[in-house]
Design a protein around this ligand. Sequence first.
Ligand SMILES: O=C(O)C1=C[C@@H](OP(=O)(O)O)[C@@H](O)[C@H](O)C1
Ligand SMILES: C=C(OP(=O)(O)O)C(=O)O
Length: 421
Amino acid sequence: MIVTITPRKLSGTIAAIPSKSHVHRLLICAALGNRPATLPCRVVSQDIEATVRCLRALGAGIAVGGSVIAVTPLDRNASGAAELDPGESGSTYRFMTPLAAALGRKARFTLRGKLSSRPMDDLWNEMERHGAVITGKGTDHPVVEGRLTAGRYRLPGAVSSQFFTGLLFALPLLEGNSRVLIADRLESAGYVDMTLAALAAFGIAVGRSADRFSVSGAQRYVTPAKLRAEGDWSNAAFWLCAGAAGAKLAVTGLTRPSLQGDSVVAELLRRMGAEISIAGDSIAAAPAKLRETCIDVGDTPDLVPALAVAAAAVKGRTAIANVGRLRLKESDRVASVCGALNALGGHAVPDGNCILIDGCGSLRGGIVDACGDHRIAMLGAAASVLCSETVTITGAEAVDKSYPGFFDDFAALGGVVRTEA
Ligand SMILES: O=C(O)C1=C[C@@H](OP(=O)(O)O)[C@@H](O)[C@H](O)C1
Ligand SMILES: C=C(OP(=O)(O)O)C(=O)O
């Protein structure tokens, strides 16, 4: 799909969609829980559909409809091979791999897009040391068999926090006690904190110290009375950064303090000089004279495409530091973020472990290739608030991965959007 945007001043308020990271976690816990549960979820993205599909394949009963996802827990004693299709969702894939092995299920995966080239080796190595047999590595159809055993796991902290989250869902189901050691600094740590909070809500205890997680075996997931996912700060960041860059935009339904590390975006924009106002669960961002900053995104990699829009509005340099792991996402986001900004007349370059953005307060317009990446498509649209000419986004359907109604919301804010097949 090709989307062409004619620049307009945007204004208005958007209701945050449910956090996909939080919904993944609540669905997995509910599928392992002790009774049926319902989760309000008014927007079901492709990634959420992926988790629903995989949990169904493992035997959970899941009905999606009427802004609610109803979950009947899976039968832990089910056996036989399961066909798991995580689509392009890295979270789903890395959460399901140890979970299927903990349940002793043979899992045949079908991976799509770039997913087979995203890192898995460190997780697989540890799983193989603990009872799993994995074939078809590096293909779109890896197969995981064998039953995972408890013990001492050791993983690098600077590849993907999703390895830790996957193990933390799985290890409480095993017979013995386990430890998961963090080989170096854990990046994207906020996502693991979100996992621990979801587990705690289901009565699962995990010990946490600076360099390890301790997990007792034979724990039971006990479904709480009410499930509710927070509003999605990662996607709200596009509206807030577009607001800081040149529109007055507000997002409602954002929890504070939040389980999501990406909620730091409000603070980061304030540091850049944007006018951020907070009233209850509503956050508004308005342009002001933005200043040069250096932002470390080791814990919040998904914010970079949105922050790049705010950085283009600064008259001066923004250094976005600790970006190495952005190369491991749906696209190489170091290249695709720079490519998108530069295609619109901006100045962004990779510099070691940084992206340097030299803004001049405005952009020209041009053609942005979404590179099969939802967050790059959203970057293109949000950046149009700074453009004097049209912005064309090729592969714009990528937004469906996390935010299917993105262009409807953009139009609701006064955006002028033309769509071609
Ligand atoms: O656990 C999660 O929900 C996520 C963790 C992060 O991945 P990494 O831990 O690989 O950085 C993030 O980029 C991804 O979009 C969602
Ligand atoms: C990287 C992302 O997701 P995942 O890793 O789940 O594919 C994302 O949503 O930006």
